[in-house]
Design a protein around this ligand. Sequence first.
Ligand code: C2O
Ligand code: CU
Ligand code: CU
Length: 528
Amino acid sequence: MVVDPTGRPAAGEAVSLSRRSFLGGLAGTAVLMGASGCGSSRGQTAELLASATALPTRFVTPFSVPPVKEPVRRSAAGTAYEIVQRPARVEILPGLTTEIMGYDGSFPGPTIRARRGERVTITHRNTLPVPTVVHLHGGHTPADSDGYPTDLVLPSSGRFPHGGPMGHGGATSRGARDYVYPHDQAAATLWYHDHRMDFTGPQVWRGLAGFHLVTDEVEAALPLPDGDRDVPLMIMDRAFDADGALRYPSLDPALLGRPGVGPAYASGVLGDVILVNGRPWPVMEVDAVRYRFRILNASNARRYRLELDPPPTEGPAFTQIGSDGGLLAAPIEQTAIQVAAAERFDVIVDFGCYPVGSEVTLLNTWGVGSADAVMRFQVVRAAPDESSVPATLAVVAPLEPGPDARVRDWRFVQGTGSRQGQWTINGQVFDPLRMDAQPRLGEVEIWRFYADLHHPVHVHLSPFQVLHRGTGGPGDYDHGWKDTVDLRPAEMVEVAVRFEDYAGAFMLHCHNLEHEDMMMMSAFETTR
Ligand code: C2O
Ligand code: CU
Ligand code: CU
């Protein structure tokens, strides 16, 4: 038996791909290969899905930044936006068109910019053929706007019974839904993406992701690079068919029937084309000055280790100024940035350390083959630079758990036996109606995450601070306010978390989207 993981007629490379997938699934080695760090999936718990089309030449496609969304209304009461989720055909690979699911038909979606405390309402209209859910990742958001996976926005047409097509209940709406964001939170790089129960992986893969940036007075008072020197980088990997279509191993490509991916990809899907803001391996012209890059790993499963080639002759490659939840207390010099799915790193790169005319490649030193680089910078001209990186950035008050702080353990483990092919937390698969914890608002708790393989663990509602990675302190990439933490095989990470303001049902889950869809989620209910 040869399984075509795409469910489409095999073409070209698909034959050997299928055989490899089949062997991987048969021997049950797909995950172990990732964990032991060999072959195509170094540093990954995931499997490579190769494209069936020739890959484009790297570093020739011009870099671009997603458009900033204009509101439909601004008033003292708040700001209103409207986004239409719709199918669109876009050119991602030169000369080919790709059908996507896009916020406003674009990939990535438009960028939302908001100020701390600005009350923003976003009306999302769903004109796609599938239900959707919108989640603002990193948002401090009331439960009814947080995008609980069963709070579906059903398509305006089509036969979707109330309560949703999968019978999970939830607060469904038809055609459109208003999401309200109070933005009672510090300046940070957030992103919004689909969060539909069982189908988040394929729907994000097809394009449902965008930036959502929050600013505040603390950030505005700093002399950091801004304007067109403040640049978001949404990094993701994808695979394409010969005709340019996105390739993904869904069991039901219509995304209405059976959820999940073929067994060979149960550990996660890696693509061989690296996109930045929707362009393959783009090239960006820069002045010989400091830039601020807001790095987001929006990949389904891939982890990256980013380095500059060549590194600057003096000074650090990256000066990290922020993490998931906003600015750090003080900048941190990094020679590389390791970023798991859904994490954000805000960094300064000083191209003033390179002679004009230099070409600087952003490498992914965990990537193999085409995935070993992300984009390229061309230092094209000298220019004045008024920016600087101050020695202190923001106040990050440490969360201090008291002696009787509640401790909760969360074990992220591959399912076995009747749970084969699924992913579990504390031995259970997700049940949207079951609350696995009842943390009290305002109390600092200690949460311990344990992992068998790579699991990027994400918590909704409030950010956390890493106390320990294994027996040591926080790791090099654990500083500041985090909402997603990269767990490696057999690791334990202990964090302090304090949920605030909003009572209701929220989630924690693995942000490897294939693991998430295969049930590695847990619900908790915050109480007063
Ligand atoms: Cu970015 Cu619950 O997700
Ligand atoms: Cu989130
Ligand atoms: Cu996982």
